[in-house]
Design a protein around this ligand. Structure first.
Ligand SMILES: *[C@@H]1O[C@H](CO)[C@@H](O)[C@H](O)[C@H]1NC(C)=O
Ligand SMILES: *[C@@H]1O[C@H](CO)[C@@H](O)[C@H](O)[C@H]1NC(C)=O
Length: 383
């Protein structure tokens, strides 16, 4: 980019030495033409800076020491900026984990002994804290709300939990343990939660229902869209095929859903201002570059996503998505290559992104590349 910019700069310098090559001959016209070229250059330069600002760059060598975690099904960033993962310890989701009616087959083996929630230091990747042993059977989604409460989904239990910070007894438990179901008191392998400032929340349900449910902050069912059971409708309208991750864009009253097997991101009205508009479609991405989208996350005006194995023709990669135009505006990957990404999280300041994988079980950190300083900018353009 700098090379291209330098070249344009040389063109400007050349134009000022040889004004006769300008088509417009009069001094006034020439002055206007030069102003226009400068304005165009400045605009391109500003756009470039914006692009570079938003391009995520991997932090190689993070974490400093590898840790021994199971399948990292979920990641979020806490209010201090540290990544918090939800992992499966020694349990692995395989073809025998559930029977044909979606009941977990290994309940008698008991919950995962080891701590399933682990807080890592954002700078070093070192372990800061952990909890959540002997509570969960098959961890899936983790969401940390603005008050630092932690929301978790367990696909074996078919339940959703809210924990106040520093506690290990849930304040809220939704769904019936080990009972998949389709009514408003049951879930079927719920995947993720999104929480509004008010404490009202949304649940993506899930692998074996195809719906998004909205609850008030006490956990009372409010509304839903989508359908019960597993549906395949080729991504028509607001039907869903494994809604796998949610991102709430609260300022715009938008809820985006990673509609994994339809290979698209569907953004709908979140119904915060006008509850009756909940679920109305606002935008839908084009599937070709998206692939099987596993995770989405939103911060500071940007929607990020990550797709997973089996996404061809799309590469397995990180995506920056403009939800308003439904376009993928940037893609990015890890130098060690993603194998099985499962979730993505972005810090509240929008500067740091984490991607979790479930085999190899690892976390990758990205930061947004910083922009050139304004001093650099001034010297180069107006020398
Ligand atoms: C699955 O397991 C549950 C609980 O053990 C049982 O009630 C149900 O009948 C089983 N379903 C099938 C299809 O085997
Ligand atoms: C956070 O706490 C405040 C004060 O109790 C409350 O009004 C707000 O709804 C809570 N937000 C969430 C996301 O729970």
């Amino acid at each position: 980019m700098w090379a291209a910019y330098k070249f344009l700069n040389i063109v400007i310098v050349a134009l000022s030495y040889f004004p006769s090559i300008m088509i417009a001959a009069s001094p006034t016209d020439y002055h206007t033409a030069e102003e226009n070229v400068r304005a165009l250059l400045k605009r391109q330069f500003d756009e470039k800076i914006a692009d570079e600002l938003s391009h995520p760059e991997e932090i190689e060598g993070w974490p400093l020491e590898e840790y021994d975690l199971g399948q990292i099904s979920g990641v979020d960033v806490d209010t201090s900026g540290n990544p918090v993962v939800f992992h499966r310890g020694t349990v692995v989701w395989d073809a025998g984990s559930f029977n044909d009616s979606n009941h977990y087959t290994r309940a008698d083996e008991g919950p995962i002994d080891e701590d399933t929630i682990v807080v890592l230091d954002s700078k070093t990747g070192q372990l800061l804290a952990s909890w959540g042993g002997s509570l969960f059977y098959m961890p899936h989604g983790i969401t940390i709300d603005k008050n630092s409460s932690i929301w978790l989904t367990d696909v074996a239990l078919h339940q959703v939990f809210k924990f106040l910070p520093g506690t290990d007894k849930p304040l809220l438990t939704l769904g019936q343990a080990f009972e998949p179901g389709t009514d408003n008191d049951h879930f079927c392998k719920p995947t993720d939660v999104a929480v509004a400032k008010s404490g009202d929340f949304y649940v993506a349900d899930g692998y074996c229902n195809s719906r998004i449910m909205k609850f008030d902050k006490e956990g009372k069912f409010v509304a839903k869209f989508g359908e019960e059971g597993w549906i395949w409708r080729e991504g028509k309208g607001s039907t869903l095929a494994i809604p796998h991750s949610l991102a709430l864009i609260e300022d715009e009253d938008i809820l985006c859903v990673a509609d994994r097997e339809h290979r698209r991101v569907l953004c709908v009205n979140a119904g915060i201002q006008n509850p009756q508009q909940f679920g109305e479609i606002v935008s839908v991405t084009n599937g070709v570059y998206i692939g099987r989208i596993f995770g989405i996350a939103y911060s500071s005006g940007r929607l990020y996503g990550v797709n997973g194995a089996g996404s061809a023709p799309a590469a397995t990669q990180g995506l920056t998505i403009d939800w308003k135009t439904s376009q993928v505006v940037d893609t990015w990957t890890s130098r060690r290559s993603f194998i099985s990404p499962h979730d993505i999280a972005v810090s509240r300041d929008g500067q740091t992104i984490f991607i979790s994988e479930i085999g190899p079980n690892r976390l990758t950190k990205f930061v947004l590349r910083s922009a050139p300083t304004s001093a650099q900018y001034d010297n180069t353009l107006y020398e």
